[in-house]
Design a protein around this ligand. Structure first.
Ligand SMILES: [Zn+2]
Ligand SMILES: [Zn+2]
Length: 141
């Protein structure tokens, strides 16, 4: 999977080696056992590196996925060789999750700002009212 420029800095220098070792460990077969969530394969994905993919027949390219989506975490147990189909789907689920989370945070910030704004407006108005009351009382005296 191509790594975006801003993400590349998060990968270790020997990532290519680590990635190759992971695929070798997997016997050059996709290690997804349904984590991708696409539900098109029972048990372990049958896709083998450079062979036609099941279903589509397009050439399989094995990639290495970080199970916790943290590129810095290259412990062997955090890495799985995945065909591009499984990997894309696995990350898509994560991206949807990230988007949801981001939306939640934006909403939260907006609510907080709104509450702060309301409090400020209330403070300004009550200060104005107090000043006005004082002036009115001054006039009646
Ligand atoms: Zn797969
Ligand atoms: Zn899969």
């Amino acid at each position: 999977m191509p790594i975006r420029a801003e993400e590349r800095a998060r990968y270790p220098e020997d990532w290519d080696t680590i990635s190759a070792q992971t695929k070798h460990r997997a016997g050059w077969r996709c290690e997804c056992e349904g984590e991708c969530g696409r539900g098109t394969h029972e048990g372990r994905c049958p896709n083998l590196h450079h062979l036609p993919a099941y279903g589509t027949g397009s050439r399989v390219v094995l990639t290495t996925a970080h199970l916790n989506h943290t590129p810095e975490d290259c412990r062997p147990e955090n890495l799985k060789a995945m065909c591009q189909g499984c990997h894309l789907h696995y990350d898509k689920e994560h991206h949807a999750e990230t988007r949801r989370r981001r939306t939640e945070l934006v909403e939260e910030a907006r609510r907080e700002n709104k509450a702060r704004y309301d409090a400020e407006v209330t403070a300004v108005f009550s200060a104005a009212r107090r000043a006005n009351n004082a002036r009115t009382q001054g006039d009646t005296r």
